[in-house]
Design a binder for this molecule. Structure first.
Ligand code: GLN
Length: 546
């Protein structure tokens, strides 16, 4: 039977509940336990796929094709877990299920209420993330205690302890202990209030993870323990660290693993955190430095590219290198030219994206990388821009993607109406509503690599599975003309219908992929393409000083 750890947050948002949940996962895996993680989001959207990256950060995609909260990315990076449809539920999804059941008559005419119907639905959602091999499920409740929306979730997790027994459930509360400069003191009041609020709804936290700028002195821990009704050793200092991958080490130093053991009766094995120590050392004390330009649209909002930034760091870890990111707004390239922004970088990356804003600037950046022979990595939209650039400037076609120009003369990137979905074994049809609409190709798809290519060199295997999230595809009609001019198609779907990776001849490293490799990269297992891209950038390094 699985044990459950519920993580709530108090005082303010953005304290890093996702990292806390993930780091606890890493700590437990280091003890040889098998963990699963889940996020419960109080907002009403049925899934996060339609949320603006400006507002909610990156949309993370699972192997089974779910568009989810970016915290699932942390879960996968810190543990060996591969998340799925069962790893993320929103209020909208929960209500949707309950309303569907009600319409079907499942409730036999009973009045359908938040308690017990919504709470029961939440409890079965929680159990859905447990497999027969799960030792511990860690559930993160989005939002902050006190929000109206989170109440049904908190009520459900309160009941959960009664359902499965108190020796199987642990409540962890992440809170803030601010340092007030003028008083020169750490303040515990916000934590006391937040715990009071939790206890009012019937949840007594077992462990308090206190975010603070400095380690809490023992007197401070005692004070918090007394006011919040917890043990002193269960008050954990969660201080700011240089890299998020240091958090499992920091929790261990604070004895968090022992407190969890004691409460949940797990095993008393010492966690082996050597891989995390190695990761942290490589990040903190790199031997080399490289500068990568990221040419995108949401340059103001780093959360929109969360997994990508992490994957670049992982590529750095694999090469003992610090990766400096140089953010470039594609629209600025349109206004002022590429040279101004890209002349001193070692590599150029164009990430995924939607919509026409900044597209011409991105295409300029591709051209710059191609002509100046700067290592280039195009991801999803980035690959599509590369295909457009090559079509226009090497093949002399007046080309575009139909996403940006529906009636373009040469639609080198277009909407494919159907394709083979290996998961269902059926032909998947794209529902096309307008030139912009259409269902997305989502989740992991197989890709066969061609030998003697940069892609094969990086992966060193023939069959790979990578995650997709896009509507448009490479138009097979243009395969011949483009390959004649130097394009290499290095990865295709097993039926050869979908172009998944492209490269360029006579270039140190020019790779574009239709999928999002960043979703599968881990600090302990850097993604092959990021590893290779950073290696190529180091090799091509043109600037001596950084
Ligand atoms: N907008 C492009 C498409 O839908 C690329 C999407 C992406 O980069 N994720 O195909």
């Amino acid at each position: 039977m699985s044990k459950y750890i519920f993580i709530t947050g108090g005082v303010v948002s953005a304290l890093g509940k996702g990292i806390a949940a993930s780091a606890i996962g890493a700590l437990l895996e280091a003890k040889g336990l098998r963990v699963s993680l889940q996020k419960l989001d109080p907002y009403i959207n049925v899934d996060p796929g339609t949320l603006s990256p400006f507002e909610h950060g990156e949309v993370y995609v699972t192997d089974d094709g779910c568009e989810t909260d970016l915290d699932l990315g942390h879960y996968e990076r810190f543990t060996t877990l591969r998340t799925s449809i069962y790893s993320n539920y929103t209020s909208g999804k929960i209500y949707n299920n309950v309303i569907t059941k009600e319409r079907r008559g499942d409730y036999l005419g009973n009045t359908v209420q938040v308690v017990p119907h919504i709470t029961d639905e939440i409890k079965s959602a929680i159990k859905s993330a447990v497999t027969p091999t799960t030792d511990v499920l860690i559930v993160e409740i989005g939002g902050t205690v006190g929000d109206i929306e989170s109440l049904p979730f908190l009520e459900a997790i309160r009941q959960f302890r009664y359902d499965v027994g108190k020796e199987n459930v642990l409540y962890v509360h992440l809170t803030l202990v601010p340092y007030v400069k003028t008083a020169g003191e750490l303040k515990t009041k916000p934590t006391q209030h937040s715990v009071k609020e939790l206890r009012e709804i019937g949840i007594q936290p077992d462990i308090l993870l206190c975010r603070s700028e400095q380690l809490l002195p023992i007197e401070m821990k005692k004070k918090i323990a007394i006011h919040c009704n917890t043990d002193v050793d269960a008050v954990i200092s969660a201080v700011d660290v240089e890299t998020v991958y240091e958090v499992p080490l920091q929790y261990k130093a604070e004895g968090l693993d022992r407190v969890i053991d004691k409460r949940l009766f797990l095993n008393d094995k010492e966690p082996d955190l050597s891989i995390w120590r190695e990761v942290v050392n490589k990040i903190k004390y790199p031997e080399k430095v490289t500068t990568i330009a990221l040419v995108g649209k949401y340059v103001g909002l780093k959360d929109a590219y969360k997994s990508l930034m992490e994957a670049l760091t992982h590529g750095g870890i694999a090469n003992n290198t610090r990766v400096n990111l140089h953010w470039v707004d594609a629209e600025e390239i349109e206004k002022r030219g590429a040279d101004r922004f890209l002349s001193e970088v070692d590599g150029i990356l164009i990430p995924g994206g939607f919509g026409s804003r900044g597209i011409e600037g991105k295409i300029e950046a591709v051209k710059y990388a191609r002509i100046k022979k700067i290592p280039f990595f195009g991801i999803c939209l980035g690959m599509q821009c590369a295909v457009i650039e090559i079509s226009r400037n090497l093949c002399n076609l007046s080309a575009n993607s139909v996403e940006f120009e529906p009636n373009t003369e040469h639609p080198v990137i277009y909407l494919m109406e159907s394709w083979y979905d290996y998961r269902t074994g059926k032909i998947e049809r794209r529902t096309i509503n307008s030139h912009k609409g259409g269902t997305m190709r989502l989740g992991a798809y197989p890709c066969v690599l061609k030998e003697s290519t940069k892609a094969y060199e990086a992966y060193k295997e023939k069959l790979i599975f990578e995650r997709h999230r896009h509507r448009f595809e490479f138009n097979n009609k243009y395969r011949e003309i483009l390959t004649k001019k130097g394009l290499i198609i290095s990865g295709v779907s097993p039926d050869d219908q979908l172009v998944e990776i492209i490269e360029l001849q006579d270039h140190p490293w020019f790779v574009g992929c239709q999928f999002h490799p960043e979703f599968k990269s881990r600090p302990t297992d850097p993604h092959p393409l990021f590893r290779a891209f950073i290696a190529a950038s180091l090799k091509a390094q043109r600037t001596l000083f950084h």
